[in-house]
Design a protein around this ligand. Structure first.
Ligand code: HSE
Length: 382
């Protein structure tokens, strides 16, 4: 089968490198025919073109692999590829989480499929494992450290007592970070990954904007030190739980117990855990970002298409996100503590406190009203 590659950056160049290396007989069955790049200056391979039509309208190309990132034109290109009867593979979680329904519908209409293992968990076979688990059982919930950049920052801040900004720059240099740092540090990257995991885990669509999202932009060494003083490690967690007619889904820094496996996840590594009745808890650990691990997942999907596996063609319904269903105690640091008086259980100091047990939706409501750009919130007993 012939591939048209959209994008030749961190992930795209990794995909071309793995396929060109022809290491296994499965990989030998596919080849990259054309590569879309943005400008003449980026043409560093004879297969490069700046004209997307050379890929989308080429009847010889069976699979379009999108590694461009961003919403547009990636969305339009993938939709056109599907409309032209081509299979699609994407590593672009932001685009797919925003246009899931639209692209799935387009794929169904044209009898092809869209695959997105690399969009969530990088090289970890998380999505594939969800498919396998669901062949036998319903998945009740999942939780994960889905973002390498923030895990790198949090690990280094804990280890070295370093400042947030210094560690962000270091993670960006290592090539894990998104183009817009806000996607990583404000939790939006994890939010997209949670939305896509919901599709796989619960076979339903959720509105990505309805997922409560808290990031680590405002974290201070004090927050990590307080967590450490009560035997906790701060990790940015994405989680969802299946409640039948609705789901809870959120992204929030969490004080995980030091003895929890999640607390030990270092640097840019990811861990994601599903829970189902017969399998119980099953956790997947590995490289969640980076050129070759992510490209590995893309190539796995290409081989799924060659072997006609993971068809992902059934119609899905949308389910509401209801975070009144997730209760917890929360750590909040803000200059506007007075606005939280009805939910404070005990103060830590003048600006930081732990809430009593409340629904996450209640925290969301007060945080919105507080409108403090420097507020930091975390789940205190995760
Ligand atoms: N920015 C993402 C991360 C890349 O740091 O995990 C992989 O999705």
């Amino acid at each position: 089968m012939k591939i048209g590659l959209l994008g030749h950056g961190v992930v795209g160049s990794g995909v071309a490198a793995i396929i060109d290396a022809n290491k296994t007989w499965e990989v030998e069955e596919v080849s990259v025919k054309k590569i879309l790049v943005k400008s003449e200056a980026e043409k560093n391979d004879p297969r490069c073109t700046t004209d997307v039509n050379e890929i989308l309208d080429d009847p010889d190309i069976d699979i379009v692999v999108e590694c461009m990132g961003g919403l547009e034109p990636a969305h339009t290109f993938v939709k056109r590829a599907l409309a032209n009867g081509k299979y699609a593979v994407t590593s672009n979680k932001k685009m797919l989480a925003a246009y899931c329904e639209d692209l799935f519908e387009e794929a169904r209409k044209h009898g092809v499929t869209i695959h997105y293992e690399a969009a969530c968990g990088g090289g970890i076979p998380w999505m594939a494992s969800l498919d396998r688990t669901r062949r036998v059982d319903d998945i009740q919930s999942f939780r994960g450290i889905f973002n390498g950049t923030t895990n790198y920052i949090l690990s280094k801040m804990k280890e070295e007592g370093s400042d947030f900004d210094v560690m962000l720059k270091e993670a960006q240099k290592l090539g894990y970070a998104e183009r817009d740092p806000s996607d990583d540090i404000d939790g939006y990257d994890v939010r997209s990954k949670v939305a896509l995991s919901v599709v796989k885990a619960f076979d339903d669509l959720v509105d990505v904007n309805a997922i409560s999202t808290y990031g680590i932009r405002n974290i201070k060494p004090f927050d990590l030190q307080y967590a450490a003083s009560i035997g906790r490690t701060v990790k940015l967690i994405g989680m969802a739980e299946n409640f039948g007619t609705s789901v809870s889904a959120f992204v929030i820094p969490s004080f995980v117990r030091d003895e929890d496996l999640f607390a030990a996840v270092p640097l840019n590594f990811n861990i994601i855990e599903s829970r189902s009745e017969t399998l119980g808890a099953a956790a997947f650990y590995g490289q969640g970002a980076g050129s070759l691990p992510t490209a590995h997942a893309v190539v796995q999907n290409v081989i799924d298409i060659v072997k006609n596996q993971d068809p992902e063609i059934n119609e899905k319904t949308s389910r509401p996100v209801n975070n009144a269903l997730h209760e917890g105690t929360f750590y909040v640091r803000t200059d506007k503590t007075n606005l939280f008086s009805s939910v404070i259980d005990h103060p830590i100091n003048e600006h930081a406190f732990i809430t009593r047990r409340i629904p996450l939706s209640r925290l969301d409501e007060i945080v919105r009203r507080t409108d403090d750009p420097l507020l930091f919130a975390a789940e205190a007993d995760a």
